[in-house]
Ligand binder design. Structure first.
Ligand code: GLY
Length: 393
């Protein structure tokens, strides 16, 4: 059968789009299949690039991967901007974490001790030091910490920029749902689309996030066990030129994590819940109420902002919170999914690893330690529901 592309990518989120673009940059013809490219978890996300504030107890290998990914971001953002002519909105802004009460302070100190033990850049702050860095903070807060290397990118501008870079690089977009991977002689031969047509390719990259398990056509157990983890996000808007924040603010509010990520245009993204509710994307009043209440507990000026959007998305969770990247047991099948809370942060590194794999047949370090089909590491096998980093925000 005639080949439609060298590689078909199932899933047009930041992982799939970045991988398609990097593959095209290396001379592969790439085709992305997604009914609404960039409008899944990538659209709902806040865009934090936070290897330190997301570091969880027992997740050292993920933290090392995240740090490596974070170092790639400035150059990646620049390359995407040049390739497609759209600025993805990367900001080296740093992050302040604050505690609402004494018990939140103790939890932050506990996490800080662990982060410092790993040699991560994180400094304890008194309440007045927090207010010096974030003047709009509520007066009653109990201090916190500075993570100067935890930055952000505007996730929606990033989607636009990646789509432009893909278009400039000749990546084909097919706005359909992928129904199944097709096989011939036990190897991948392409993807069957929702309308029944087939795209023929010797390689299929599955970058379908939380939807990964819905892809048909493969023997049981070939696709990794991704599960959806719901997150509510609220988007607020203030006047351009007078932002409430000039860096990311994360907080613990009576045990609940909350983050406020400021955009250059006066926007503020407030997130996020973490809920095990299957594929439910309903926006619930209680979740929105709690997010807003916690945000205004940290930063009272939030009350004056316009409420522009409430949305919920599905993170692609894995049993050990780590992604799967690399070839699967079926020849021609490549996996890049399960990035959970760090999809945007890990996109450049994942895309580069996929492109190198397509070229050389090997996944480079450090992602070679995250293969599909791996056994869980004892230290990384904490259940997501008890994940300590979420206690710390
Ligand atoms: N990366 C933040 C979140 O998943 O909520």
């Amino acid at each position: 059968m005639a080949r439609n592309a060298d590689v078909v990518i199932v899933g047009g989120g930041v992982i799939g789009l970045s991988a398609a673009w990097e593959a095209a940059e290396r001379g592969f013809s790439a085709c992305v299949v997604d009914p609404e490219p960039g409008h899944g978890a990538s659209w709902v996300a806040a865009g934090m690039l936070a290897p330190v504030t997301e570091a969880g107890f027992g997740e050292e290998s993920l933290t090392r991967l995240s740090l490596e990914a974070s170092r790639r971001w400035p150059a990646f953002a620049e390359r995407v901007a040049v390739a497609g002519g759209e600025d993805p909105g990367f900001q080296a802004c740093g992050t302040v974490m604050v505690a609402a009460d004494a018990s939140d302070r103790a939890a932050i100190d506990h996490l800080l001790g662990y982060q410092q033990h790993l040699g991560l850049e994180a400094t304890r702050l008194s309440a007045s030091e927090c207010r010096d860095l974030v003047p709009g903070l509520s007066p009653g807060l109990r201090g916190g910490a500075l993570m100067p290397g935890d930055h952000q990118v505007d996730n929606r501008r990033l989607v636009t920029a990646l789509l432009a870079a893909c278009a400039a690089g000749g990546v084909r977009l097919v706005a359909q749902r992928a129904g199944a991977v097709s096989l011939h002689g036990g190897a991948v031969s392409g993807v069957v689309l929702a309308d029944g047509s087939t795209l023929c390719a010797p390689v299929v990259l599955v970058a379908a996030g939380a939807e990964t398990g819905r892809l048909g056509g493969l023997p049981d157990g070939v696709l990794p066990p991704v599960r959806p983890v719901k997150g509510h996000v609220v988007r607020l808007q203030g006047p351009t030129g007078a932002p409430l924040l000039d860096r990311t603010l994360r907080g613990l509010v009576h045990g609940r994590p909350c983050y406020l990520v400021p955009r250059r245009d006066g926007g503020l993204v407030v997130g996020a819940t973490s809920e095990e509710r299957g594929f439910d994307r309903t926006v619930q009043a209680g979740a929105v109420h709690t997010l807003l209440d916690d945000a205004r507990t940290l930063l009272p000026g939030v009350d004056e902002l316009e409420l522009v959007e409430c949305i919920a998305g599905l993170r692609p969770g894995s049993p050990d919170n780590r992604p799967w990247v690399g070839p699967a047991s079926v020849p021609g099948l490549v996996i890049a999914t399960g990035h959970y809370r760090n999809g945007i942060l890990l996109a450049p590194l994942t895309a580069e690893a996929v492109a190198i794999y397509l070229t050389s047949g090997s996944v480079p370090a450090p992602l070679d330690a995250f293969p599909p089909g791996r056994a869980l590491e004892a230290g990384d096998a904490l259940s997501t529901a008890r994940r300590p980093a979420e206690v710390s925000g």
